[in-house]
Design a protein around this ligand. Sequence first.
Ligand code: BES
Ligand code: MN
Ligand code: MN
Length: 452
Amino acid sequence: MQNYIQENQDRFVAELMDWLRIPSISTDKNFKNDVLRAAEFVAEKLRLAGADKVEICPTAGNPIVYAEKMIDPKLPTVLYYGHYDVQPADPLELWTSPPFEPQIKNETIYARGASDDKGQVYMHIKAFEMMVKHQKVACNMKFMIEGEEEIGSEHLTPFVKENKEKLKSDVILISDTNMLASDCPSITVGLRGLAYVEVEVTGTNRDLHSGLYGGAVVNPINALAAMIAKLKDDKNRITVPNFYDKVLEVSPAERLAMSKAPFDENIYKNDISAPELSGEIGFSALEHVSIRPTLDVNGIWGGYTGEGAKTVIAAKAYAKISMRLVPNQEPNEIANLFKKYFESIAPKSVNVQVHFHHGGQPYVTDTQSVAYQAAEKAVERTFGKKPIPMRGGGSIPIVAMFKQELQRDSILMGFGLDSDAIHSPNEHFGIFNFLKGIETIPYFYQYLAEMS
Ligand code: BES
Ligand code: MN
Ligand code: MN
């Protein structure tokens, strides 16, 4: 199969680039048609690769592409999950080439979605094509590729609830996470949960002249800034009461193992040109982004931000705030704790409203399972090194939902890198990683069938 990859790699990359040209931005209604085109594109590729059944399942939101190749009821069944929607590309001016005109520079594909997640989905489609061509389909294979991951997978939950029989499998396989480095493979064994809120602070019934009213009324932007400043203490601990109550502390042994991972804080820091790293005192950077919860303002606005100066006291100020959660924090509970505290620290001179956005539960993989061991063996086979189990800092809320609704574990065998700049300008995916993924995936199926 190695030859097949070599002979076809240019076509694989060219096809992926065609898919990347479709701006399937799920958060923006203006791209609805492109979202549908991206779904059709991947459905067609699954058909061409050899799926027996391919469906574009409509939902109240974006469609879910489903495909399968069932070969033998005695063999294990794997449900692959990925997403064809992408994040918005802005700020556009920071891209060195247009986000939806993919370009190859230094053996790397630059485009929005190159790594998250179209490039990683496409590895599975090409691995599947190759397995079919070589009659090496080792398991029953199901594919579910959704178009709302980046906006909270709202319609995936009802779809899963209504299609339990269709989605029946032994394990779920996902490539939507990262490795430590191309020469230092790792497998993600944990994801953080998420609670996301939006706050609205109102001072007066209209924007005011900052001379006629300034000094006598509260400025909601100043008030919001002061409230945000109160959300962490001088040790960088989140001050929301009871926020840490349910945090499952990681054992000293596991922390010791983590400290041995070849994660270089300096490389991490320099890659993002950060003058200094920061975080909760008592924990390392790797711990900050994996086993500890966070609270971060993701956006803040209000008042006049146009060109020049306008003397005004805004009526309202807003912020979007994300909290990354770790086991066993509950998104709804945390959002409620936040709301209660945020309201309690508001000065009497403003009104505060807290709205909840989508959230998600954290997840931890069982590394003793046959499926995890098959993934470990597959990565070791193609990378030549045993992968290190690592907890990831990001969130894929549907992983906990799969466990709850389908009672199945997910294997997070991702081939991206932290430096791929997902969600940022100049997102990219190394062709080496793309091809390594295609090479590794068939071994996962082979080992899973052998070990089951
Ligand atoms: N693929 C990412 C999540 C990810 C990336 C996990 C790298 C671990 C390593 C996913 O597409 C994503 O962006 N998830 C969102 C959550 C969602 C609810 C918007 C996130 O983590 O912000
Ligand atoms: Mn993703
Ligand atoms: Mn993403």
